[in-house]
Design a protein around this ligand. Structure first.
Ligand SMILES: Nc1ncnc2c1ncn2[C@@H]1O[C@H](COP(=O)(O)OP(=O)(O)OP(=O)(O)O)[C@@H](O)[C@H]1O
Ligand SMILES: [Mg+2]
Length: 424
């Protein structure tokens, strides 16, 4: 079995895999009481006044097929409540929950069981392994409850264990494994069933930071292979930014912002999110694309060296880019190289081009190239997959993006820095 196999013939990609419409969850009240409280002008207060608790309030979300969707927020903000409404471990008090377009809030118990068995897998924070069963039997457990035969169970469990790096541990007992390995078994159990949707509730929170990072790497690698629709709950912003395609930030049962991580860092919706992102390691979140600026001077290779040299002088620049007729970036020229070419009597720039610049892809993380910024006559250079110049990432832009000032302050700082750089 290859992962993702049974996803090929599913509905068109435009339909969200998971859609929540105005989902609310009231704890501790009867249905009628809860409905009445939710209809009040201030539902949270009305629910509290009636002696209940509003765990999730008017939560709408749309999760695309294959997306890694992260739900983030402080303890008690409603993350698990939302996650558990997706497979109805938590019955929504109000709202609709659609899986592949099917509203599952009203379906029969037998249909619900079918959906849980075939469509949705879950990984929990506390591993939830059976202590007296082998690693293999633990990994095969989901298949067993689904009635898969013994031989196939074994084969699929072993394949899943191999995928999480535990191919040789099938005969061990859980207590013989480290915490990180135990959670790999939890992950293998979900992978063995190969559900189109995976729900993960703080799966790495009990692990120490280094192991946790390894597990994030593993998940990212599996995700690159499977493109499985995954809802991942965490209260760790760096983890959210690192693994999430979309990050939904929750506070007191409500959604305060839902956007790609880089956008949340660059444009926090309110002070609450700002405070959250103040601690984030921006260098590991922002990409070259996020900080892209236009290149100042771009020559065609057919340009004349003396003319190029004059324009360099006019722009008070030390270097410029040279592109081919098909727009591919050929390299850079410096004032010295242009002068030499002009003195040689060259008719174009071909002989003056050098590769003395640092080239990155748009998806490169700032943290991976920031040390190269400011070392050459041109800034760090962003080149697309077809070899064309996308733009540059000036050092000043990096520095201001990494400062923890508010977005407004950062914009101002950046303008000042850019002026300063232009003058230098
Ligand atoms: N079964 C329940 N009965 C009553 N209240 C509940 C129940 N489950 C959750 N709550 C309350 O609902 C709120 C949201 O809880 P939830 O577990 O969804 O938060 P969370 O964001 O997952 O928090 P944590 O990070 O601590 O796991 C909390 O205040 C919690 O006390
Ligand atoms: Mg929780």
């Amino acid at each position: 079995m290859t992962a993702g196999q049974h996803r090929a013939d599913e509905p068109a990609a435009e339909q969200p895999a998971i859609e929540g419409r105005s989902l609310s969850k009231v704890y501790g009240l009867g249905d009628r009481q809860a409905a009445k409280a939710l209809a009040a002008p201030d539902p949270a207060r009305a629910v509290a006044a009636a002696g209940g608790y509003l765990g999730a309030s008017d939560v709408s979300l749309s999760i695309a097929r294959g997306e890694m969707f992260v739900v983030m927020g402080l303890s008690g903000s409603g993350k698990s409540t939302v996650l558990r409404m997706i497979n109805r471990l938590n019955e929504p008090t109000a709202g609709e929950l659609l899986i592949d377009g099917e509203d599952i809030t009203g379906v029969s118990d037998s249909r619900l069981r079918e959906i849980r068995n075939n469509d949705i897998g879950m990984v929990f924070q506390h591993f939830s392994l059976f202590p007296h069963r082998t690693v293999r039997d633990n990994a095969a457990y989901g298949l067993k409850v689904r009635g898969v035969g013994k031989a196939e169970r074994r084969e699929r469990a072993d394949a899943a264990l191999a995928r999480v790096g535990l191919g040789d541990r099938g005969d061990k007992l859980p207590h013989e494994l480290s915490g990180g390995m135990r959670q790999r078994v939890g992950l293998a159990r979900a992978l063995a069933v190969d559900p189109p949707i995976l729900l993960m509730d703080e799966p790495f929170s009990a692990l120490d930071p280094l192991i946790r990072r390894d597990m994030q790497d593993l998940l990212l690698q599996l995700q690159a292979e499977d493109r499985r629709t995954t809802v991942f709950v965490t209260h760790d912003l760096n983890e959210a930014m690192r693994i999430g395609d979309q990050v939904m930030v929750m506070r007191e049962g409500r959604v305060v912002q839902c956007a790609p991580g880089a956008e949340i860092v660059a444009h926090p919706a309110d002070d609450y999110v700002s405070e959250f992102v103040a601690d984030v390691d921006r260098a590991r979140v922002l990409t070259a694309y996020d900080l892209l600026r236009p290149a100042r001077l771009v020559f065609s290779v057919a340009d004349r060296p003396d003319e190029a040299l004059r324009r360099l002088g006019d722009n008070e620049a030390q270097g410029a880019y040279v592109t081919a007729a098909d727009e591919r970036l050929l390299g850079v020229v410096t004032d010295a190289a242009l002068l030499a070419a002009a003195n040689r009597g060259d008719r174009d720039l071909a002989g003056a081009v050098s590769q003395d610049f640092h080239r990155v892809e748009p998806t490169a993380l700032i943290g991976d190239f920031m040390h190269r910024a400011g070392r050459q006559v041109v800034p760090v250079t962003v080149v697309d997959e077809r070899g064309r110049l996308s733009g540059v990432v000036p050092r000043a832009t990096i520095l201001s993006a990494l400062s923890t000032a508010s977005p407004q302050e950062r914009d101002r700082e950046e303008r000042e820095l850019e002026l300063e750089v232009a003058r230098a």
